[in-house]
Structure formats: structure tokens, C-alpha cells
Design a binder for this molecule. Structure first.
Ligand code: SF4
Length: 350
């Protein structure tokens, strides 16, 4: 059984419970969809070699691609329509290995789901993949620091759940559901548990970052929580179609903390999620028809793989052609800037 959760810190209309083993701290990591690295990523793609291609309308979306579109339509175009290859980052590699280790833990019988076994699984996963990522971890110290950080996240996991008491019905479960008059929606969920006693289905997702700090007004906190749970609500919608069964609870496990956030799922949440999903799809279709995927820069750009080719950071002004760096934070509509090469040879796309 999961450890009991504490009183919600938000007065959201939804039932949101939070359990944390340490005080909540501001979340310094970028949101889902923007890969975090330990270094700014402005030199990842050579701007002089980049010309924005024309792109087709996608036939599938996922909660993470929709999240990218919400965060920054230009990011969505780069990543999901142009499909520009992004270099791996330390955080992405660690996240993937931690997920794999937790998945493998649950293939063990309950009595073997110990900390030692979990750490051994992580070490084995690292040994298998190490050669692939040597560029990211050139020295033994780098590798050691990387490994220790992964082991810490896994130890944190054991502070908020007792894996021997969990009964996963599904793990790493892939779904793809076509929506009439819309796209196919895909998703890979981490885990679905059968709640002992009630027999309810609980959708569980691991996050290797920190939980959001709910320190704002009730309305803002509720918006943050809705954003954070959007992915799991979409999974619940897909599960309804694929398994003809509706989960009743959603659980986010933030391993950097650690913090557990859970939410009881209501019927109206599913209806709202479907409306939001189809609304986002309409916006994507509209953006594609107009070929207008505005860049919406902010502090998260430092972690964006595409900063070196992003029009918000590489542009010339229409009047006078003065070359400037990014100065304001806010939406930059594509037609507000002219396409061309800036003084450094970078391509600015309108
Ligand atoms: S650098 Fe910032 S504005 Fe540009 S695509 Fe990335 S997130 Fe969007």
C-alpha cells in the first residue's frame, strides 16, 4: 500500500493529495517536454546549416507533444514536425534508466523488490548503456556522479512506496487510439495498479524532477495541477477505449524530493480532457494551415535544443534590419520578424 497522503496544499476543486518526505522547494527544472541538461544548449545545432523545411500535418499526437505545443508552438514544430534529432542529455539518460530500473523491479517477485535489488538493476542498466553515452560522461568522476544521482532517485522512490505492496496490472503499456475527426493519440504509461481492497485502477507515472511548488493563488495552483495531470488524464481516456475500464485515481511520483501527488478522477475530468485535447488538435491544424508556429520564449529556452535556430533568438527587425538578441519574454508571432540571415550567419525564420 502507498503511504498515506497528507492534506492537500491547494484548495482546488479536484481532490489533490500530496505526500512529501521533505519540504517542497521551487522547481528549477524545465517542464515536461523540454529536455533539461546541465548546460545551456544554444550550440547544439549549427544555424548556418539550417533552413526551415515545409512540414506535413502529423497524424498522431501524444500528451508530451501536446504539452510541447502548449509550451511553445515553435518547439513543437522543431521537435514533432521537422523531427530534428536532439542530442541526449544527462537528465534524459538518467530519466530513461531510472524508469527502466523501476520497471524491471516489478518483474521481480514482491519479496525481492528491495533497495539492493533496485540499485543492482540500475547498475546493470548503466553497464549495458555506458558506451553509448561516454561523450556525456568523459571522466570516471562524471560517471560516478551520474550513477550516484540515479541511485539517489531510486532510494527516494523507496521512501514513498513499498514496491512489495504494489500490484501493477500493466507496466510500460503502449496505447494508440484514433479519435474520430481527430488524430490518433498515443501514450506509454508507466504503471497501472490495482488498489487492494477497492479493486480500483490507479494510473501511476514517475517523474525524475521535482514536484511543482504550489505557492501561488488557488486559481494558479489549480492551473499548474491541471497541467501536471493532463498527461495522466489522457492516459485514462485511452485506457477507457483500449481496456473498457476507467481508472479512478491518478498518481504522480516525483523522485527528486520525493513527493507524491494524487488526484481522484471524476467523469467530468475525462470530458474536459477530451475537449482540451481536441481543442489543441484544432489549434495545431490551424497553425499548420497558416504555417504559423510562434516562438514563445521564456526562461526555459536555456534548456531548449533549438535555441540556436529559434527565430525568437536569431532575428532581424523588419524596420532597419537591426540585429538584436532576445530582450523580451512573451509570444513572438512568426510574421513579426523577417526571415534572413543575421550578422552571425544564423537563419531567422519568420
Ligand atoms: S528557444 Fe524558446 S522560444 Fe525558441 S523554440 Fe525553444 S522554447 Fe521555444
Amino acid at each position: 500500500m502507498p503511504r498515506p497522503t497528507s492534506t492537500p496544499s491547494s484548495t482546488s476543486a479536484h481532490t489533490i493529495n500530496m505526500a512529501t518526505s521533505s519540504p517542497s522547494t521551487p522547481n528549477p527544472a524545465p517542464p515536461a517536454g523540454i529536455p533539461a541538461t546541465t548546460r545551456p544548449r544554444s550550440d547544439n545545432i549549427d544555424p548556418s546549416a539550417y533552413i526551415a523545411p515545409s512540414v506535413g500535418l502529423p497524424t498522431t499526437v501524444s500528451p508530451s507533444s501536446l504539452g510541447d505545443f502548449k509550451t511553445c508552438p515553435r518547439l513543437y514544430r522543431f521537435r514533432h514536425l521537422e523531427k530534428i534529432q536532439e542530442p541526449p542529455s544527462e537528465v534524459m539518460v538518467r530519466g530513461s534508466m531510472v524508469h527502466d530500473a523501476l520497471d524491471e523491479l516489478f518483474s521481480q517477485p514482491p519479496e525481492k523488490r528491495s533497495k539492493e535489488v533496485l540499485h543492482d538493476i540500475f547498475r546493470a542498466v548503466w553497464l549495458k548503456r555506458r558506451d553509448k553515452y561516454l561523450e556525456l560522461f568523459p571522466s570516471t568522476e562524471d560517471q560516478r556522479a551520474f550513477g550516484m544521482a540515479g541511485l539517489k532517485l531510486l532510494s527516494n522512490y523507496l521512501k514513498v512506496e513499498t514496491p512489495a505492496e504494489q500490484e501493477p496490472l500493466m507496466r510500460e503499456f503502449r496505447m494508440r487510439v484514433p479519435f474520430p475527426d481527430g488524430p490518433s493519440v498515443t501514450g506509454i504509461l508507466d504503471r497501472v495498479d490495482l488498489e487492494p481492497g477497492s479493486g480500483e485502477w490507479v494510473v501511476v507515472d514517475y517523474k525524475t524532477g521535482k514536484a511543482p511548488a504550489l505557492k501561488y493563488s488557488d486559481a494558479v495552483n489549480e492551473r499548474i495541477m491541471n497541467d501536471k495531470f493532463f498527461q495522466l488524464k489522457v492516459y485514462a481516456l485511452l485506457l477507457e477505449q483500449v481496456k473498457q475500464r476507467t481508472p479512478t485515481r491518478l498518481k504522480l511520483i516525483y523522485l527528486d524530493g520525493p513527493t507524491v501527488m494524487s488526484m481522484r478522477l471524476r467523469r467530468e475530468d475525462l470530458a474536459e480532457t477530451k475537449t482540451e485535447l481536441l481543442g489543441l488538435w484544432e489549434r495545431i491544424v490551424g497553425a499548420w494551415k497558416a504555417d504559423s508556429f510562434p516562438a514563445t520564449p521564456g526562461k526555459l529556452c536555456e534548456w531548449c535544443s533549438f535555441k540556436s535556430i529559434c527565430p525568437a533568438w536569431n532575428f532581424t527587425r523588419e524596420e532597419g534590419g537591426e540585429v538584436e538578441g532576445m530582450k523580451s519574454v512573451g509570444g513572438v508571432e512568426g510574421d513579426a520578424w523577417v526571415a534572413g540571415r543575421d550578422a552571425k550567419g544564423g537563419v531567422a525564420q519568420g
